[in-house]
Design a protein around this ligand. Structure first.
Ligand SMILES: [Zn+2]
Length: 272
């Protein structure tokens, strides 16, 4: 499976070269929840993550999760986002107060949603993300990105994160260097850490038994940030890992791969 995905990114890399012949008006295709490379049609690259290839400029953009194929425009480029069938999962949460929230819990959850949104609203340009992610825990994928969820029989929003297996207390490592921008104990996600990796790339870690960092800390790749747990709304211990880029939640599984490195070594950021 990983090999298959590696090939997929090699294709994207080749596509980057193929884009040298790109003309405005052509529609580019990408998969639901993936990061893709598009030619930059704008002259203003300030604060944007751009790649220079010969005399062409490209940029990395994220595609939203879609349930049906959708034609969108990203930075003036038309992109057809292809739907992917990620399957479905049905879970039962015995504690119904975690499903049908009391007024107090609902208010708490709303407040926490605002805190999370604020943490994701501004990203540092002092860190240049390498996009060479490592897996934060060694465990297998127990729930992939994009799975349609049903909780106690009720349809809920799709699972726009990756669940990785891990027993209580398993160390969680920063998959990429970053700045800690939020640490909290939240209603849904339990003990949570959010990292800012720079240029609009963020990642979050939920349901920890314990967090090991504080807001403002700078963490190197592989640094310990917390321990796997089962805090918040969960059915058992695991790591719920979310990656945000360019305003969308993207598939973390696609980012953990060796073949992504040669592509991203070519990335240059134009700060002027
Ligand atoms: Zn999850």
């Amino acid at each position: 499976m990983l090999q298959k995905r590696s090939n997929y990114f090699s294709i994207i890399f080749l596509a980057l070269i193929a884009f040298a012949g790109f003309t405005s008006g052509e529609v580019i295709e990408g998969k639901s929840g993936e990061i893709i490379i598009i030619p930059s049609l704008s002259n203003n690259h300030q604060d944007k993550f751009v790649i220079k290839q010969d005399s062409k400029i490209f940029q990395l953009v994220s595609l939203p999760f879609v349930k049906n194929d959708l034609l969108i425009t990203r930075h003036d480029v038309d992109v057809r986002v292809k739907q992917v069938n990620f399957g479905e999962s049905r879970i039962t949460i015995a504690d119904t107060s975690k499903v049908n929230l009391s007024k107090t819990d609902q208010m708490r959850a709303n407040k926490e949603a605002i805190l999370i949104k604020q943490a994701l609203s501004t990203s540092t340009n002092k860190i240049t993300p390498s996009f060479q992610f490592i897996s934060p825990v060694p465990g297998a994928v127990t729930s992939p990105f994009g799975k349609q969820r049903f909780i106690n029989g009720q349809p809920r929003s799709a699972h726009l994160a990756l669940d990785l297996a891990g027993s209580e207390g398993t160390p969680i490592k920063a998959p990429l260097k970053g700045m800690v921008v939020l640490v909290g104990d939240f209603f849904y996600t339990g003990h949570t850490v959010i990292l800012d990796h720079g240029y609009g790339l963020f990642s979050s870690y939920s349901h920890m038994s314990e967090t090991k960092v504080k807001v403002g800390d700078f963490v190197e790749q592989s640094s310990l940030i917390g321990l796997v747990g089962s805090t918040g709304r969960v059915t058992g211990p695991h790591l719920h890992w979310t990656v945000y880029f360019d305003g969308n939640k993207v598939n973390p599984e696609s980012l953990v791969k060796e073949s992504y490195l040669p592509t991203l070594l070519k990335i240059a950021i134009n700060k002027t």
